[in-house]
Design a protein around this ligand. Structure first.
Ligand code: GLA
Length: 389
């Protein structure tokens, strides 16, 4: 899987009656562990997946963007001088948001004709929006003849979400979409932006992604609510402990227990999830380095329990899916992945049991929920890059 560039070239030619001159692609991602930790300045361990978004196009002499979204069969014409959200064609917001942030940096943003196409499932927790943002950024970089540093590129994508789209998201999705490397997971410190690539080469296990096929409900408001609850916990920690640490990353489980009596139950549990998830992510990096799939699986299960009980971002369908997964003998561990509230799970599965696991999971999920899910296996893929148009 990954976007068919030949097909995209044909579509561009049909639409704009010329050959494209610039090409860009960027992948979606699956997070192995480290969920809802990024905006708390913690640790994450995602990998880029083979599903991606690609853009082919050519620059124009004016400030107009003409964009055709092949998956949606929608066309939009916009002026780069008026960079506002578009209620009728909301998919353009990700591209215009990137242009807007580039303008703020004083970069040379060119008008262009573009065709966009991708195969990252939308609304499933696999970061289709980050893939579109990062593909658009690589496109604008080539069109304007400049290159951003990788961390700066990821931060720009985060600002698109935070400022243009009003979501208080962290940096994980854009960072992995930009910096992913084939065959590797990426351990990222979301405070310093230092990262370490971690090869995924277990002899006997693979990651299986399973989609509940349930669109995420009210994700934006619930997500922002979780960010605010973490902020409440930090304020209480600062006040009670007299410290300056401005993020949950700065506190230990002992710190949290020491102020438990003064904190409401909800912010307490949100903070407990974040603090323990950071510990699990550090432990998972070690387990991956040692190819200890049993330990990694246990950490994934523990992460899922914490996301369900303390952070409350799972859904009935996600819980059914992970519960069924754990009943299969080939499964080392299973958890929801991404923001939650619907979307996908990630499962660590013994290689020779993968086919049987997928059948078992889909059959029982269908019986339990009446919904037809889907599963797929992706190798860890490369990050955003130009493609030959
Ligand atoms: C979404 C956000 C990320 C991260 C995850 C949860 O994918 O975009 O920044 O917070 O949710 O881990």
């Amino acid at each position: 899987m990954s976007t068919n560039i030949n097909r995209l070239r044909e579509i561009f030619q049909q639409r704009f009656h010329q050959a494209p001159e610039i090409g860009a692609r960027a992948p979606g991602r699956v997070n192995i562990i480290g969920e809802h930790t990024d905006y708390n300045h913690g640790y994450v361990l995602p990998m880029a997946i083979e599903h991606d978004t690609a853009i082919l196009g050519r620059t124009r002499p004016d400030a107009v963007l003409r964009i055709y979204a092949a998956n949606l069969d929608r066309f939009a014409e916009l002026n780069l001088e008026q960079r506002t959200r578009n209620a009728e064609e909301p998919w353009t917001d990700y591209i215009v948001g990137v242009a807007d942030e580039l303008f703020k940096l004083g970069r040379d943003v060119r008008g262009a004709d573009m065709v966009v196409m991708g195969d990252v499932p939308v609304g499933c927790g696999l970061s289709s929006s980050a893939a579109l943002e990062m593909a658009a950024l690589v496109f604008f970089e080539q069109a304007g003849g400049f290159t951003l540093d990788d961390a700066e590129a990821a931060r720009l994508g985060q600002r698109v979400e935070n400022h243009f789209l009003g979501l208080s998201t962290g940096i994980m999705d854009q960072f992995i979409s930009r910096c992913g490397k084939a065959g590797q997971a990426l351990f990222l410190d979301c405070r310093s932006y230092e990262y370490r690539l971690t090869p995924i080469n277990f002899d006997d296990a693979l990651f299986v992604i399973a989609n509940t096929a349930c669109p995420r409900g009210l994700t934006a408001s619930k997500y922002n609510e979780r960010v605010a609850e973490c902020g409440q916990a930090v304020t209480a920690l600062q006040t009670q402990l007299g410290t300056g640490g401005a993020h949950l990353r700065d506190y230990s489980l002992d710190d949290l227990r020491n102020i438990q009596d003064t904190l409401d139950d909800i912010p307490f549990r949100r903070a407990r999830h974040v603090i323990t998830e950071n510990e699990r992510t550090l432990a998972a990096r070690e387990a991956m380095g040692a190819s200890d799939v049993q330990a990694l699986g246990r950490l994934m299960d523990a992460s899922d329990a914490s996301l369900r009980v303390d952070y409350e971002v799972t859904s009935r369908e996600l819980d059914v899916m992970t519960l069924i997964a754990r009943q299969h003998p080939a499964c080392f561990g299973a958890r929801m992945t991404g923001a939650g509230f619907g979307g996908c799970t990630i499962n660590l599965v013994q290689k020779d049991g993968v086919a049987a696991f997928q059948d078992f999971l889909l059959e029982h999920y269908q019986k339990e929920t009446g919904i037809t899910g889907e599963t797929f296996v992706s190798s860890p893929a490369a990050g955003a890059a130009p493609v030959v148009p």
